[in-house]
Design a protein around this ligand. Structure first.
Ligand SMILES: C[S@@+](CC[C@H](N)C(=O)[O-])C[C@H]1O[C@@H](n2cnc3c(N)ncnc32)[C@H](O)[C@@H]1O
Ligand SMILES: [Zn+2]
Length: 340
């Protein structure tokens, strides 16, 4: 048995992600919002705040995630208040005052929720940590704002995320961020430091890429080709970058012969072609985020408002039926925002 926060303590920190009400009726099998009556089931004793609780995966109890650095564990244990670990996986050291939030249920999970919509009251936590999660979030900016909201003034965030890492946990690997990208996500914070932690030393970039690349080369071409690539030198690879006349021969052709799904794991970048869907009207197509700005909406005339409603209805229909996953996600987020 892991040492978890008592259900009452946890409920005191929660708020309804739909209507922001902090009061719940707490029964054994669910939490019910006292304001909007939304219900959040308890699955294996864990409150579940995601749209479709049937989708929650239960992870076998022998699963363990990466260890949190010892000094971070010590710091979290000594805090005078609660902390939050976002995308905690199954922590190796369960700290009773550190709430482990996950999208799945691991044996150490305290709350299931989407990190883009944290079900906690403002200014709740002394600290937030999140390790190896932000590359898996579809809207890291939004998740960063949520962390800002739930931290107490003076509260501290420690997070780690990917830069030069090959594709993993696809399709839920959205961003590899540069140092400047990471700082941009958290630009509302006072950033004390953004550096390469020991676990992200460049040795891991080359080691992970080589490991995955050789694996896929063997899958595609067989062991003989894999062994030949394994014996290539860094100097040979450098020539392919530095000297365009050398872009031919075994290494070059092997890499160009890899099928697209394999290239996607290691590529230097992507080319996207995209079409604006029919039914989107330029005259009235303001971004749906404008729904966040009621004062601005109120200032437009009734006619323009009617035009806008018509346009939004068309956009909503297009989003609801879109074959594009991202658009359907956007619609789900808007629905949640509107409490629909
Ligand atoms: C690579 S694992 C990292 C786990 C652990 N922090 C570690 O360092 O080993 C990423 C974790 O983020 C969780 N996750 C992904 N998207 C999430 C979301 N939107 N909200 C909450 N957790 C999420 C996944 O379930 C997964 O356990
Ligand atoms: Zn509610």
């Amino acid at each position: 048995m892991v040492d978890k926060l008592s259900s009452d303590t946890l409920v005191n920190l929660l708020k309804c992600p739909k209507c922001h009400c902090p009061d719940f009726v707490n029964t054994i099998d669910q939490l019910t919002c006292k304001n909007c009556s939304a219900t959040y089931p308890m699955i294996q004793g864990v409150p579940v705040f995601i749209d479709d609780p049937n989708q929650v995966k239960i992870i076998p109890p022998d699963h363990v995630s990466n260890a949190i650095p010892e000094e971070t564990v010590r710091w979290l244990k000594n805090l005078d208040g609660y902390s939050l670990n976002i995308g905690a996986g199954a922590s190796q050291t369960k700290i009773p005052t550190c709430i482990e939030l996950e999208y799945s249920i691991f044996h150490t999970t305290d709350v299931v929720a989407d990190s883009h919509y944290l079900p906690f009251k403002d200014n709740s936590f002394e600290a937030v940590v999140s390790f190896n999660v932000f590359e898996h979030l579809y809207e890291p900016n939004r998740a960063a704002k949520e962390i800002f909201r739930v931290l107490k003034p003076g509260g501290k965030l420690i997070m780690r995320t990917a830069f030069l890492q090959p594709l993993h946990e696809e399709p839920y690997h959205f961003y590899n961020a540069t140092k400047y990208g990471v700082m941009n996500w958290f630009s509302g914070f006072e950033i004390e430091n953004c550096h390469v932690s020991a676990n992200f030393n460049p040795v891991f970039t080359l080691a992970w890429l080589s490991c995955d690349l050789l694996y896929y080369i063997e899958q595609v071409y067989g062991t003989e080709t894999k062994n030949k690539v394994a014996q290539s030198t860094l100097s040979e690879w450098r020539e392919l970058w530095a000297n365009p006349t050398q872009r031919k021969g075994f290494l070059w052709e092997t890499m160009y012969g890899l099928p697209q799904p394999v290239q996607e794991r290691f590529a230097a970048g992507f080319e996207l072609e995209a079409v604006k869907p029919n039914g989107f009207d330029d005259r009235t197509n303001t971004d749906l985020n404008d729904l966040d700005r009621p004062a601005q909406a109120a200032s437009i005339s009734t006619y323009a408002l009617q035009e806008r409603i018509n346009s939004l209805e068309t956009q909503i229909r297009a989003m609801e039926t879109s074959k594009f996953w991202k658009l359907r996600q956007k619609w789900l987020r808007i629905k949640r925002k509107l409490g629909l």
